[in-house]
Design a protein around this ligand. Structure first.
Ligand SMILES: Cc1ncc(C[n+]2csc(CCOP(=O)(O)OP(=O)(O)O)c2C)c(N)n1
Ligand code: SF4
Ligand SMILES: [Mg+2]
Length: 318
């Protein structure tokens, strides 16, 4: 059972730099660091961590420095899941053989990867680790773009976003493909716990991470990570933009327990139009031209349909 951390208030929580230091090279305003700290601060247990290549890794482990005060492995772009899965399997084997010096310690195994690493290039390794049933957590830092290499589109990029590989211009309104539903895909692996989180809703995030640590088996967390550089908003607006994302339901907050039980964990008092979320980001600027009005309508219709679906799934309990 995970040793759960007692959280008094946001200040004490967010300024506790137990295992992840503020000294890093992420852009000012990058949500990756907020999310990592919120995940790690949810437990007092020992941690075995991995990070796929991406903004998080290149900005927190510049030899000879490190921002990590925990066991941490940097591995290739594609196999952060495999690295902690291997460590978890070894830990289990040593425990079974009675070869652990401190068998009562109960480390948590957590892999971090960007959306490019998770939705696309590392997907088969995540899938394999989930199929094998390792007792681990995989966290996607979902900024909907390959940020570290200059903003190429990924399987997580939403319709209408302008990226360097789906540039908006005279002939295109940006990304044309639908964002992959990773939560449904990971739930379909038989994961005991799958959830979407956002750094602005830190209590919701902490509860979910603690639930995930308490679950037995592979847990998947999709963390919305607002990217000041690629989403193109001022660096001081990270939390404001995140609030617009959760209140417009572009990023609905929910969990899927044992593959079928859907729970919505945040119902905005006032659901705001999707266009209010789009309007504060440069990557969607072109959508406000009259010829692209139908894309905003489509995004709104998709969000409404997904919200409707989530509510039906929650009621149905099937
Ligand atoms: C197999 C492989 N392909 C491509 C790369 C180059 N590469 C390194 S980081 C990166 C982008 C990372 O994007 P994402 O996973 O979304 O993380 P972010 O930087 O957005 O946090 C790419 C393409 C690589 N290191 N290894
Ligand atoms: S480019 Fe985006 S994800 Fe990368 S460090 Fe900057 S804000 Fe963070
Ligand atoms: Mg990314």
């Amino acid at each position: 059972m995970a040793e759960q951390k007692k959280i008094k208030n946001l200040k004490s929580f967010s300024t506790t730099a137990d295992r992840f230091e503020g000294a890093n090279l992420l852009c000012p305003g990058c949500a990756h660091s907020i999310i990592v700290r919120e995940v790690l601060n949810a437990t007092n247990d020992d941690l075995v961590l991995s990070a796929a290549t991406g903004c998080l890794e290149v900005s927190t482990a510049v030899y000879p420095y490190t921002s990590w005060d925990a066991s941490w492995i940097h591995i290739g772009f594609e196999n952060a899941a495999t690295a902690v899965a291997g460590a978890e399997a070894m830990h289990k084997a040593l425990k079974r053989k009675g070869r652990l010096l401190q068998p009562d310690r109960n480390p948590k195994f957590v892999a971090f990867g960007g959306d490019g690493a998770s939705y696309d290039i590392g997907f088969q390794w995540i899938s394999g680790a989930f199929e094998r049933g390792h007792d681990m957590m995989y966290v996607t830092l979902d900024n909907e773009v390959y940020a570290n290499t200059g903003g190429q589109s990924s399987g997580a990029t939403p319709i209408g976003a302008s990226t360097t590989t789906t540039p908006a211009g005279r002939v295109s309104y940006g990304q044309k493909r639908q964002k992959k539903d990773m939560l449904a895909i990971m739930a379909a692996h038989g994961s005991p716990y799958v959830a979407q989180v956002a750094p602005n809703k830190w209590k919701d995030m902490t509860k979910k991470i603690q639930k995930g640590f308490a679950a037995e088996g592979p847990v998947y967390i999709n963390a919305m990570s607002a990217c000041t550089t690629e989403w193109k908003f001022p660096m001081q607006d990270t939390i404001a933009v995140s609030d617009l994302a959760t209140d417009s339901l572009m990023f609905p907050l929910y969990e899927i327990v044992n593959g079928t039980e859907y729970n919505i964990t945040y119902r905005p008092k006032n659901i705001i139009p999707v266009r209010d979320y789009l309007a504060v980001q440069g990557r969607y600027k072109h959508l406000f031209k009259p010829e692209n009005a139908h894309i905003i309508e489509k995004l709104q219709a998709d969000v409404d349909a997904k919200w409707e679906y989530l509510q039906r799934r929650e009621e149905a309990r099937v």
